[in-house]
Design a protein around this ligand. Structure first.
Ligand code: ADP
Length: 620
């Protein structure tokens, strides 16, 4: 290709995912359409930040003296809208690869799921998916981008698309660097060509943008670094607005901290704990972390070095005087300043949470419900703060209502006089653990049992081993310090009866179980399975299997309740009639009943056949 002949128009097809996404945007999004404006302003602002950052070290760029600014022009007669920035601009590759492609491959799947589940799909969510630019297709049928990159020697390009299946790119003469996006509004979206309306939206979403935004020649936003103000100068309304601006979240704040730290390290920070978790949060998609400023100049978005992973639900801004302005990403990663800021911030955030836990329980519980899963991962990564974190853990238990929590500290305070251990039970849901027969002993005696129904608990907490010098034990383990119940003991099998019945169980079950023993923990149930010393917690086992870990299912110990009428009847029949076939069926049935409760029964057909046989016998 000769260099002086402009590149001809090229046509590109969107990837299939992108087409689906565009379809969803055009046909499903009718509420909050004004967010398109926030998205294009935020992109322009990013582009300006990039050029400002580059200018710190490199003066050799296209239009070095152009003011850093966003110009919006609207014409309500012609129903047109355009936004121009003097930012970094785009190369042809950027236009094809970044604008034309979805960044996150899970996006469409997620949106489809929302739709299937009948959850409202709201334009407000769009910013969370890295597809912000495409929100313009909510308000227009056709978009033109004209752009030129800041690199000297770059060329101008024009991109055009109707948001259906294709876009085109062609070379286009352009003198200055930066990007202009323009379109004609659909009839039902013409409000966005009204100056007053556009001003109103900018005030709502983009008031804190770092660069002047002009609409038809007039500056609309107030540029102020809110975090630089003193605490009492900042209103609640400003805080909410600022939070929405930096987080792209349209929910509210649960709490915030406004810090001015001086000493070993100097920085100002404004950080927020959101009231609700983002939609994609539990799927492990990245949350945006804090923004880093040096002397009021934006350095980096989503700066992972400022907070540990387990606190990444915190949104906000950190502005420090201790970093050089022309700091590069490599420097931010290795600078000791960053480490110090991270330590101070982590400590402060933990203090904030401790304060809530102590004085604002409802708030704390809300936080824990939303972000507990992520927060708990800190137990295995931040050993320095482990003890503080352990006290911040919350659990449901036999003594809390569903959805309400207790802490290890409160558990210990409520322990019975002779109780030496902290007890827990694992399971998938509260309803499932509540049905577990192993709880009977504890319920009868009023001993609290913590419910570990969050997978993170099952992995993390048993590793703690003890709290306040009290061992933490699963109540399914065979080696618990249980006291026998005198009342039911009087009414139990004799030693001889018990021995002979147990040998019948052992013979019948063979190597299905590790052992058969008399139970002290059962009250109403006839039998239960417990985990021997070598065995693995069954919830843990189930999770490992789910994660395709190839582990041999460990054998369990069957405990039978010597005071239960069924067990006593079986013992009697055994005494009188020896090895009668019905007895074997009953033994198998008792055993498989415990498997059923465990969620581990493999052969329902045999179970039902045996049940039929036993009923037939009983109704004879
Ligand atoms: P996101 O901004 O979340 O990456 P968008 O769909 O909004 O997703 O934008 C896609 C990409 O297009 C951006 O990452 C950026 O590379 C590019 N882009 C969009 N608008 C501009 C602009 N005004 N100037 C320079 N690049 C831009």
């Amino acid at each position: 290709m000769s260099s002086d002949k402009p590149e001809a128009l090229e046509e590109f097809e969107y990837q299939a995912e992108m087409k689906q996404l565009l379809h969803l945007i055009v046909h499903s999004l009718y509420s909050h359409r004004e967010v398109f404006l926030r998205e294009v302003i935020s992109n322009a602002s990013d582009a300006l930040n990039q050029v400002r950052f580059r200018q710190l070290t490199d003066k050799d760029i296209v239009s070095p003296d152009a003011p850093l600014r966003i110009n919006i022009s609207v014409d309500s007669e012609a129903q047109t809208f355009s936004i121009a920035d003097t930012g970094i601009g785009m190369t042809k590759e950027d236009l094809v690869d970044r604008v034309g492609t979805i960044a996150s491959s899970g996006t469409v799947a997620f949106l489809e799921r929302l739709k299937e589940e009948g959850k409202p799909f709201d334009a407000n969510m769009i910013g969370q998916f890295g597809i912000g630019f495409y929100s313009v297709f909510m308000v227009t049928d056709q978009v033109v981008i004209e752009t030129r990159h800041a690199d000297p020697g770059s060329k101008g390009y024009r991109w055009e698309s109707t948001g259906e299946s294709k876009f085109t790119v062609e070379e286009f003469p352009r003198e200055g660097r930066g990007t202009t996006i323009s379109f004609k509004l659909k009839d039902d979206a013409k409000e966005f060509s009204e100056e007053y309306r556009v001003n109103e939206i900018i005030k709502k979403y983009s008031n804190f943008a770092d660069f002047p935004i002009h609409v038809n020649g007039e500056q609309v936003n107030t540029i102020s670094a809110l975090w630089q103000k003193s605490k009492n100068e900042v209103t609640d309304e400003e805080l909410e607005e600022f939070y929405k601006f930096i987080s792209n979240d349209f929910g509210s704040i649960l709490g915030h901290m406004h810090l001015a730290i001086e000493g070993q390290v100097n920085f100002k920070a404004m950080v927020f704990v959101p009231e609700t978790a983002p939609f994609n949060f539990l799927r492990g998609d990245d949350l945006k972390s804090l923004q880093l400023y040096a002397n009021r100049i934006f350095i980096q978005d989503d700066c992972k070095e400022l907070l540990p992973e387990y606190l990444r639900f915190v949104a906000g801004v950190v502005d420090t005087e201790d970093l050089p302005l022309n700091v590069s990403r490599e420097v931010t990663q290795s600078s000791p300043v960053m480490g110090k800021i991270k330590n101070v911030l982590t400590g402060r955030i933990l203090s904030l949470l401790e304060d809530w836990a102590k004085n604002e329980q409802e708030k704390y519980d809300k936080f824990f419900t939303n972000f507990g899963l992520l927060f708990k991962t800190g137990l295995s990564t931040d050993f320095g703060n482990r003890d503080r974190m352990i006290d911040l853990l919350r659990f449901e238990s036999t003594k809390t209502e569903k959805g309400k929590f207790t802490s290890l500290k409160d558990y210990v305070a409520g322990m019975q006089e002779d109780q030496k251990e902290i007890y827990y039970l694992t399971g998938e849901t509260r309803a499932a653990v509540e049905l577990n027969p192993n709880l009977e002993y504890f319920t009868k005696r009023g001993i609290e049992v913590l419910f570990f129904i969050d997978p993170a608990d099952i992995f993390n907490i048993p590793q703690l081993h003890e709290y306040d010098e009290k061992p933490i034990k699963g109540i399914e383990s065979a080696d618990l310090d249980l006291k026998s119940d005198e009342e039911s003991e009087a009414d139990s099998l004799t030693e001889g009866e018990s021995k002979s019945l147990i040998s019948l169980f052992k013979e019948t079950l063979g190597d299905k179980v590790e052992d058969v023993v008399e139970s002290k923990r059962l009250v109403d149930s006839a039998a239960t399975l417990v985990v021997g010393a070598s065995g693995m917690d069954r919830q843990m086992e189930r999770m490992m299997k789910m994660m395709n870990q190839d582990i041999p299912g460990s054998k369990k110990i069957l405990e039978i309740n010597p005071a239960h009428p069924l067990i006593k009847n079986l013992a009697q029949i055994h005494e009188q009639k020896g090895d009668e076939p019905l007895l074997k069926s009953c033994v198998l049935q008792v055993y498989e009943g415990t498997l059923l409760i465990d969620g581990n029964m493999d052969s329902p057909t045999d179970f039902v056949a045996r049940m039929t046989e036993i009923m037939e016998h009983a109704t004879r």
